[in-house]
Design a protein around this ligand. Structure first.
Ligand SMILES: [Zn+2]
Length: 212
């Protein structure tokens, strides 16, 4: 086993997830781009806490975690979302459900894993918060990242639904990997609040600016 591990390191030496140079962790330049910040974005529907700027490094880490299921990349995203959660005022005393933005079934099939749901399950345990995958797609939508800002809102309008429809004012913290236009988070807030939940805020690993 140990020999196989060493052979693996020789054949596939570890590389920086941000830029690909030989390194067992993020290189100094990528580490600096991925440094923790306290970033707050006010969307019309909710406040978003994020801990990383969306940079080239962030783009590569997100891609590695989401599309390729690389564990180390997933752990970077998980830590970044955890950092964002720690920015929520009085988070220790807040009793809220942690709810991920859903992936489409076709994306889960293609990737072979449910990226955000897996991360949220870990986050729930680490923060001792209940988690619930109560948001689902009621129809298929186009990949948001391929659309211009204006079309993202149209693409998502009315596309989400909840599996629990009788929320009684239960508090929710929404989780996504990245906020760009805010179209996805905004639609999720409308859907959850329409079902009787109260979204207190959203958290994302990264934020891309300008937002609108
Ligand atoms: Zn690098």
């Amino acid at each position: 086993m140990e020999i196989a591990g060493k052979l693996g390191h020789i054949l596939f030496p570890p590389r920086c997830l941000g830029c690909g140079v030989l390194s067992s962790k993020l290189c100094i330049a990528c580490e600096s781009e991925w440094s923790q910040k306290n970033l707050i974005t006010a969307l019309p529907e909710t406040i978003v806490y994020s801990s990383r700027h969306y940079s080239n490094t962030a783009q590569h880490i997100l891609l590695a975690a989401k599309e390729h299921g690389i564990e180390k990349a997933k752990s970077y995203i998980c830590s970044a979302i955890n950092d964002a959660i720690s920015h929520i005022p009085r988070i220790e005393t807040v009793r809220a459900l942690i709810v991920p933005i859903p992936s489409q079934k076709s994306a889960i099939r293609k990737r072979g894993h449910n990226f955000l749901a897996d991360i949220v399950a870990t986050l729930g345990k680490e923060n001792r918060k209940e988690t619930a995958n109560i948001l689902i797609h009621r129809r298929s939508v186009l990949d948001q990242s391929r659309l211009p800002a204006r079309e993202r809102f149209e693409n998502l309008a009315g596309a989400l639904s909840t599996t629990r429809t009788l929320g009684r004012g239960e508090l929710v913290i929404l989780v996504d990997d990245l906020v760009t236009t805010g179209a996805t988070l905004g639609e999720a807030v409308k859907t959850l609040e329409g079902a009787g939940f109260k979204v207190i805020c959203a958290v994302t690993a990264c934020v891309a600016l300008p937002l609108r």
